[in-house]
Design a protein around this ligand. Structure first.
Ligand code: PHE
Length: 357
């Protein structure tokens, strides 16, 4: 019994003296580990008489439990002390000024979008917005996509799981649903642009699953393709900061416009760089057309009284062209070196008076 008392006092003293977790663990192994002193005592039970085994067994087990409890309590105390020390040494004073070298910048996509908004705002366009999560009606049906038409799949749509009613919500594949929302809620004349995020299941050097578009919509009496062409040419010349641009319409198909066109802008590709406003090449830049009478009707506007044009362009793509970024995927990489190279100062918000870029 004395042996056990001595052992107990000895081990508990070692536990109390352990100053860190690894010392404590060494004490644990030496006492209750496989070949530890207390474990060794348990192995001697087999050679004892039944009477002795009863009393000694209970005493050794009680000792082992007591030691294990002491070790667990000490371990919790050491861990708490370690955490306190770490918290004390890792304090962060959020009121200190940020180091200069970590200055943030405006992402080129946002800069490009602000430039586009500022040019169209000067031309009298208001900004309209709509939800990123759309329903089938606003993204497709009201835009004259026939039911079950393959164009719905062509858009590489991200669909949500169907609701109980069977309806499937989706991530809008273009900003055109904002046209619908605007025409349903406002009376003509209408002159809006809708900048925003759009989503398609696509990923390569010139496509990312999330991208940005600016949609334009004008509804009034007597609107024709000439208005559309002037608006877009005026915009493109301002955007690319050149005196004039030469453009061409190429016939195209969109369910929501008739006629539909893609617009190309004349450019120079010699020297590995694309220069807008000169040269002999053409660069596809946007989609557009006259609003389809079915779309006007779906939104409660009489096509015999009102006509309109619409256009949609990719913000990321226009930014790439203007600022010479070769790969669209870099826009999403959050690489600080890329951001500080292509980013813009937050103090240089684009506006027509002080300049765009
Ligand atoms: N919504 C079309 C697209 O994303 C672009 C577009 C908008 C075309 C408006 C014509 C008119 O492909």
């Amino acid at each position: 019994m004395t042996d056990l008392n001595t052992l107990e006092a000895d081990v508990l003293a070692q536990v109390a003296a352990a100053g860190d977790l690894s010392t404590l663990d060494a004490v644990r192994v030496a006492a209750v580990g496989k070949t530890g002193s207390i474990s060794g005592l348990l192995k001697t039970l087999g050679a004892m008489s039944p009477e002795e085994r009863k009393t000694q067994g209970a005493a050794i087990n009680a000792l082992r439990d007591k030691v294990q409890e002491a070790i667990a309590a000490k371990k919790a105390a050491l861990e708490a002390a370690e955490l306190d020390a770490r918290l004390a040494s890792e304090t962060l004073d959020l009121s200190l000024p940020a180091p200069y070298r970590r200055k943030g910048s405006v992402h080129p996509t946002m800069q490009t979008m602000d430039e586009m908004i500022s040019i169209f705002a000067e031309m009298g366009f208001a900004v309209a917005e709509g939800p990123d999560i759309e329903d089938d009606f606003h993204n497709f049906t009201a835009l004259n996509f026939p039911e079950k038409h393959p164009a719905r799949e062509m858009h590489d749509t991200f669909f949500f799981n169907p609701k109980e009613s069977g309806e499937r919500m989706l991530l809008r594949t273009h900003t055109s649903p904002v046209q619908v929302r605007t025409m349903v809620s406002q009376k003509p004349p209408i002159r809006i642009i809708a900048p925003g995020r759009t989503y398609r299941c696509d990923n390569d050097a010139t496509h990312t699953p999330v991208f940005h578009q600016v949609e334009g919509l004008v509804i009034d009496k007597g609107i024709h393709m000439g208005h559309l062409k002037w608006t877009l040419e005026t915009f493109l010349a301002r955007f690319f900061e050149t005196d004039a641009v030469t453009t061409q319409f190429r016939p195209h198909h969109f369910p929501f416009t008739e006629p539909s066109a893609e617009m190309d802008v004349q450019c120079d590709r010699s020297g590995g760089e694309i220069k807008i406003g000169q040269g002999t090449s053409w660069l596809e830049i946007l989609g557009c057309g006259m609003v389809h009478p079915n779309v006007l009707r779906a939104c409660g506007i009489d096509p015999d009284e009102y006509q309109g044009f619409a256009f949609g362009m990719g913000v990321d793509r226009l930014g790439m062209l203007k600022y010479g970024m070769p790969d669209l995927r870099d826009m999403w990489s959050s690489d600080v070196r890329w951001l500080s190279h292509y980013g813009f100062s937050a103090f240089a918000a684009p506006n027509p008076a002080s300049g765009l870029s």
